[in-house]
Design a protein around this ligand. Structure first.
Ligand code: SF4
Length: 275
């Protein structure tokens, strides 16, 4: 957000808003990226500089306000892949994250594809999503999985939420309340996926395509009464369970306790939550 400031120091000094970009971009925020565009051009012109690459860290909801900047970025500074962070697709969770709705992502993707094509470059956006954010219900995660399926995207690396100091999300995590809205005794708690089973479920839904998760996803969809998402239909997240031969059933019964133990310990190591 180089030089993207409030248009007036006077207004800024009196402003009590929590964010300049949420719930919508403030009309007083300068969204003209021309200074960044100029900086890119100057950096490219420095003798000896062969390449200036931008791989991530882009605020795409602001970038779409300046298509010339997106063109400059896509034409000269993307090396095939650009990571961006919609974080989620569902409004309920996005609102708690103070992130823009998916319309901004669609808008940016349209510009990205257009300018990549014009530049004759085959380039891809790598969206980054997070599981188990406070307030993210299992239905939200299921909808995110369906969005991934519809958009033919498969995420490789998946992040689950961890509370970190001095963040609003951590306040939500511990209090199970939404501090972005006025709190009173009538306000209910928000859902916070804290225990390992809840976190595992949300993470698995993000990687519904992983064969390792297939049985678990199938069981989850049955519990969520979404058997319409099992099978070969266009929206199906997993196929029907393969019928096991009697020999495979005996083998599974013999191996199951050992497998469960090793999976849980591996999971505990990587997913430990600090109380
Ligand atoms: S929210 Fe708007 S008025 Fe407040 S500092 Fe940001 S740009 Fe300025």
């Amino acid at each position: 957000m180089y030089h993207l400031n409030c248009k007036s120091d006077e207004i800024q000094s009196h402003c009590r808003k929590l964010s300049c970009v949420f719930p919508e971009i403030c009309e007083n925020l300068i969204t003209d990226h021309s200074q960044t565009t100029e900086l890119y051009r100057k950096a490219r012109a420095i003798p000896g500089v062969k390449r200036v690459a931008i791989a991530s860290g882009l605020r795409y909801d602001l970038a779409v306000k300046d298509p010339e900047y997106v063109k400059e970025l896509v034409t000269h500074h993307v090396g095939g892949y650009l990571k961006i962070a919609p974080e989620h697709t569902e409004k309920r969770t996005l609102d708690l994250m103070m992130k823009p709705e998916m319309g901004a992502f669609d808008e940016f993707k349209a510009l990205f594809d257009k300018y990549s094509k014009e530049a004759g470059k085959e380039q891809y956006l790598i969206p980054y999503f997070i599981a188990a954010h406070p307030g993210c219900e299992d239905e939200d995660m299921l909808n995110l999985a369906l969005w991934l399926k519809k958009n033919k995207m498969r995420v490789d690396q998946v992040q689950t939420f961890y509370p970190s100091p001095m963040s609003l999300a951590t306040a939500m995590y511990y209090s199970e309340r939404d501090p972005l809205h006025k709190l009173n005794y009538k306000k209910g708690k928000i859902y916070v996926p804290k225990d390992l089973a809840q976190r595992h479920l949300q993470k698995a839904l993000l990687r519904y395509h992983d064969p390792e998760n297939a049985d678990f996803i199938r069981e989850t969809l049955i519990k969520m009464k979404r058997t319409d998402l099992i099978g070969t239909g266009p929206n199906a997240l997993v196929g029907e369970a393969m019928k096991k031969t009697p020999q495979q059933q005996r083998q599974q019964a013999f191996q199951a306790p050992k497998k469960r133990r090793s999976k849980m310990s591996a999971y505990s190591k990587s997913e430990k939550i600090i109380p």
